[in-house]
Design a binder for this molecule. Structure first.
Ligand SMILES: Cc1cc2nc3c(=O)[nH]c(=O)nc-3n(C[C@H](O)[C@H](O)[C@H](O)COP(=O)(O)O)c2cc1C
Ligand code: SF4
Length: 386
């Protein structure tokens, strides 16, 4: 029997969604009605940081700015994440519907889909969908244009302010925050940046009703969400799961009976060892991106960690020292411990360095390195040392 968290779902990919009808009923509530329903539903951003979506729209509506923008973040550079691609391929209308709803709620007239450069092959189909959707917008009397902007090919460009910098033709480097994009976004104007899945989920909220949505999930995390499942799993792919599932149930459902660890939230997230499966809930906290990688006993966690650090060294934009130098030092450090050139206790110094990076790095990239580093080193120390 399938787990109750999975069985009844399929909201995001369901094709019984009449976007025009949903938008019509949402519009009848007015901008404040839309925002209040979203706040009530408990929907949080699905891009990683988990900020309440209704609140973000409320702040954007409040801003007295002559021009406002909506950006759909489809950069999807987190290793192990491929759910947004699936949404844009299978149900792009829900994303266009979510953007249009956001425009209605905030007063924006222009939207962009910031599309990962590797997803260029989707452009033609998306342009066709946007063109067809204009008819729905016209029938609803909404003046909102959507264009596609091809991403700049770096993981950090998924960070909302780096994304905006790159759209403005500059190097894709994160800005200091505050000010946030709501106050000072694209071209200095009020800008809502939302993840692809977040926007599609707003359509789910208005299809099933804010109350039904709120009834899904847990006290802290409402609704259902998509998980990109990869690694040692016989069921790799994108699956929709009600929030609140334990890692133990998740592994029962998607593991290969030999799972020794799951990486939750991509390389920016946490590695959970088998002994913590029963006490860990997946998809909560700041790991709402939905990447879940399963590792069985054939995998070396040293190699896994080495792979992550290689990625961070490559993708650090180099703007701030803790991240630029810290990533390199962590990588060199574990290599030295593994080869016996440094004693195992050197790992304690590396753990302190990772914590310092967390406190002093400028953006989420450098701040999150400590998550995977610390969780792997603490749980799989014997696999890291010589
Ligand atoms: C290094 C880095 C990469 C990110 N990449 C993405 C991404 O590919 N897609 C995404 O939606 N959010 C990404 N984010 C999070 C965004 O900065 C932002 O929080 C998100 O787009 C807001 O949308 P949401 O509120 O709908 O989650 C990234 C953050 C960091 C620090
Ligand atoms: S933390 Fe890393 S990615 Fe972020 S600004 Fe600093 S160097 Fe760039």
């Amino acid at each position: 029997m399938q787990n109750q968290h999975i069985n009844k779902l399929g909201y995001i990919f369901s094709d019984d969604c009449d976007c025009k009808k949903i938008l019509e009923s949402a519009f009848s509530k007015g901008a404040d009605g839309i925002i209040n329903d979203l706040i009530y539903s408990g929907l949080r951003g699905r891009g990683g940081a988990g900020f309440p979506t209704g609140l973000k729209w409320k702040f954007a509506k409040k801003e007295q700015c002559d021009t406002k923008y909506i950006i759909c973040n489809a950069d999807e550079g987190e290793p192990g994440t491929f759910k947004d691609r699936e949404i844009l391929t299978k149900v792009p209308r829900k994303v266009l519907g979510g953007m249009t709803m956001c425009a209605m709620a905030t007063g924006a007239k222009q939207g962009y889909i910031y599309l990962r450069a590797e997803y260029k092959y989707l452009v033609k189909e998306l342009e066709k969908e946007i063109e067809e959707f204009k008819l729905v917008q016209k029938e609803l009397g909404i003046d909102f244009n959507i264009d596609i902007f091809l991403g700049s090919g770096a993981y950090v460009c998924g960070e909302e302010t780096a994304l905006i910098e790159s759209m403005e033709g500059k190097r894709g480097e994160p800005r200091n925050k505050p000010p946030y994009p709501i106050q000072d976004g694209y071209l200095g104007k009020t800008t809502v940046v939302n993840n692809v899945e977040t926007l599609a989920s707003t359509m789910v909220v208005f299809r099933i009703g804010a109350k039904s949505y709120k009834n899904l999930g847990t006290q802290e995390q409402k609704g259902s969400k998509l998980f990109s499942i990869s690694g040692d799993s016989p069921r790799e792919g994108v699956h929709e799961i009600e929030l609140g599932m334990s890692a133990y149930d998740f592994v029962k459902e998607f593991g290969d009976d030999d799972t020794k660890a799951i990486q939750i939230g991509g390389v920016a997230g946490f590695c959970v060892p088998r002994k913590k499966f029963k006490t860990t809930i997946i998809g909560t906290g700041n790991t709402t991106g939905g990447s879940t990688m399963l590792f069985n006993s054939s995998r070396s966690m040293y190699n896994v960690l080495h792979n992550y650090l290689d990625f961070f060294v490559e993708e650090s934009c180099g703007q701030c020292t803790p991240c630029r130098i810290g990533c390199q030092q962590l990588l060199k450090g574990i290599e030295a411990v593994k080869s016996g050139n440094k004693p195992p206790k050197y790992l304690n110094q590396l753990l302190k360095l990772a914590d310092t990076m967390n406190m002093t790095s400028k953006c989420g990239l450098g701040q999150s390195v400590t998550n995977s580093f610390t969780s792997i080193v603490k749980s799989f120390r014997e696999e890291i040392i010589y």
